[in-house]
Structures are given as C-alpha cells and as structure tokens.
Design a protein around this ligand. Structure first.
Ligand SMILES: [Ca+2]
Ligand SMILES: [Ca+2]
Ligand SMILES: [Ca+2]
Ligand SMILES: [Ca+2]
Length: 370
C-alpha cells in the first residue's frame, strides 16, 4: 500500500518523545465540578471520609462534560418585556433567536508504548502503538498517514502499513486487526472517542546496539485542516459550519524503536540439606541449585535458553523446577521449563524472546545425591 505523507506544515505536530495526555482542558472541567460543591462541602463538614468517596464517584462526570456542547445543538433565546399602563401590567415577548452550535474540528494523537520498542537489525513487522482522540464536538472521519524517514535519530525504520485495532485489545494482532486503507476504512470517531492505531515497520540491517529510529503517525480531519479559526461553510454536523480548532485539524506523534544491546550473565549456587538436618553432601542429601540469570543493557534478549545437566551421581527430584518462585511442570508444555524432555537428563528453561533488559530471573531445582 501507499502511505500518504502528511501536510507540509508540521510545526504543530508533537515530535518529542514525551507523552501528552489527551483532553486536559481544565477550564472546561471546573464548571461541572462546581455544580456539586455545595453538597460536597456539607458532606465534608459532616463526614469527611464519606465526602471523599463521593468526590471519587463524581469525578468521571468531569470527563463526560469536558467536550462542550455537541455540534448541531440548537440554543434558543427569547426576551420578555413587562411594563405598566396605568395600573395594568402588560407583557410581551420577542421573537425567538436560535443559534446552532458549530462543529469544532480537533484531534490529538499520543504514542502509547511505555518505552522504546526493542528490536534487532532485520526484524520485521514491529508495531508502534498510537492512540488518536476526537477532541472536537462532532462526529469526524480522519485520514491516517505515517512517515519513517525522519531526521534527528540514528536510523530510518522501513514503513510497511498501518493497522486498526479491530479486536480492541490494545495490541497488534496479526491476521485479526484491519490493515488501514486510506479512504476505505478511515476511522470515524464520536466526540471524545479514541482509536488505537499501529504503525508497522521493518528494521534495517547494518545498525548497531542502542541506536534509535523514529516513526510518526499523522491523523488529519477529512473535513479539513488549516489555521485555527478557519471556517469551512456548511461542513459541520447538521449543516452547521465547521471551525478548525487549535489542533489545525490534524495531529501527529512520534514513536521510537531502539536497537537491543544486552549482556546476559548467569551465576549458579547450591544449597545442601542432608538427611540429618545438616549440610553435608552425602547419599540422600538434597541439593537445591539456583541459577540467577541477569540481563543488563537495553532492549530484548533473543532466543534465550538456559540448560543445566543433572549432575552424575544425582537424581532430579520430580516437580521441583521453579522460575522466580513459580512452579514449572517437568513436561514440555506451555510454560518455559522442562526436565529431560528437550534434552535427556537436562533441565531446560526456554525464555525465547520474552526477556526485556534489565531483568533478573531465578531458576531453582532439586536433586538428591545417589
Ligand atoms: Ca464532523
Ligand atoms: Ca530516522
Ligand atoms: Ca489488536
Ligand atoms: Ca513445563
């Protein structure tokens, strides 16, 4: 597919690697809070603890009231006049003036990943996770685009496609989530509604550990973009005008990949308990082996497998394999460990690509001296 690049005016696109939380328009929230201030004050005086709970229960209302009046809403106003003629009071009313609320076009995009996405040179289909939110006051369609050819970092990821989170799990689900096709499945969002978008990139070869590569998602209002205050006649909800908001009708955010650069060390300890309660290695004594696997650096460890042969003149004690104090079955199954299945007479823990630095993993198992 072809990914369309964004408008040339990128000045208002957020390009830092910090996070921007959507919808922090504090001034819009305060009036909603004041509706409850009398009640809360009374409760606070009488039952301060209960009042705190009431505040917590009420707090979601700030958010539901934060978007302002829905576009297309009619606001009617009629003036009344009263006056006296001799002793008779006469009154009359004006015509009704109807004002229809215009649609404000706004959007916010944030990068959701908790940290830079750890990759290796040559990796394919690596997803960055973004969230776009309609911060306007009417339903709106958005066009998406992305670019991975950005300056100011160490390498250029290779942009493949954008995907929409069809199964709404917040994760890129290969074969399930919908590939974004511009013009065919542009996200439609109600006011304050959000959508998750994934940008998939391949990672080039020939890059080094710790290097960073950025990719930027852009969301553009299909109604229009332009300087804040731009009026698009009759393009809003219910035949109102659309007004471009502070976002300019578009928003973007950068996500970052980091090339993994990790060091794995392993240390082994033994603790012996003999049949008499002492610590002498003798027939019948139980030896608990601990393997401490330390991953330092940055990024993920690929295809990490730990193996440890059961020593000669000992027998493995069935059901004593633990990873971080959580039991693993001796069978080769859904957990990471097995004993004597992957390799005869050997303990195996297969971490695969699951470990992200820094981390420490502790494996223990028991043998009995023959
Ligand atoms: Ca609209
Ligand atoms: Ca770059
Ligand atoms: Ca998904
Ligand atoms: Ca197992």
């Amino acid at each position: 597919m072809t990914i369309r690049h964004g408008k040339s005016d990128e000045n208002s696109v957020v390009t830092g690697r910090y996070r921007v939380m959507p919808d922090n328009r504090q001034s819009d929230k305060e009036p909603a809070f004041n509706h409850h201030s009398g009640l809360e004050e009374t409760l606070r005086r009488c039952f301060s603890a209960i009042a705190l709970m009431v505040l917590i229960v009420l707090s979601p209302m700030y958010h539901t009231l934060a978007i302002g009046t829905q576009a297309g809403t009619e606001i009617n106003n009629q003036a009344t006049v009263t006056y006296a003629v001799d002793t008779v009071v006469v009154s009359g009313v004006s015509n009704v003036v109807t004002t229809t609320v215009a649609e404000i076009i706004n959007v916010v995009v944030v990068w959701l990943d908790a940290a830079d996405i750890a990759v290796y040179p040559g990796d394919t289909d690596q997803a960055l996770t973004f969230q776009m939110t309609n911060t306007g006051n009417g339903n709106e369609d958005y066009s998406l685009s992305a670019t991975s050819a950005l300056a100011g970092d160490d390498f250029d990821p290779i942009l493949k496609d954008l995907y929409l989170d069809r199964n709404a799990d917040g994760l890129y689900s290969p074969g399930i989530d919908d590939q974004y096709i511009p013009g065919a499945n542009d996200p439609t969002l109600a006011p304050d509604e959000s959508a998750i978008v994934f940008a998939l990139n391949d990672i080039p070869s020939g890059i080094s550990g710790m290097e960073l590569g950025n990719s930027q998602l852009l969301a553009l209002s299909n109604t229009g973009v332009g300087p804040p205050g731009t009026i698009i006649t009759d393009a809003g909800e219910g035949g109102t005008d659309a007004v471009i908001g502070n976002s300019g009708g578009y928003a973007g955010h950068i996500g970052t990949y980091v090339v993994s650069d990790v060091i794995v060390t392993i240390a082994k300890f033994a603790n012996t308990i003999d049949p008499y309660g002492g610590s002498n290695p003798m027939t019948g004594a139980v030896v608990t082996y601990s393997l401490v696997v330390s991953v330092s650096g940055i990024g993920k460890v690929k295809e990490l497998m730990i193996t440890d042969p059961i020593p000669v003149n000992t027998s493995y004690n069935v059901g004593t394999l633990f990873l971080n104090n959580i039991g693993l079955t001796d069978a080769k199954d859904t957990d990471a460990g097995d004993v004597s299945i992957t390799t005869p007479n050997t303990m195996t823990v297969d971490f695969g690509d699951s470990l992200i630095a820094p981390t420490v993993q502790t494996i223990t198992f028991d043998v009995t001296i023959n």
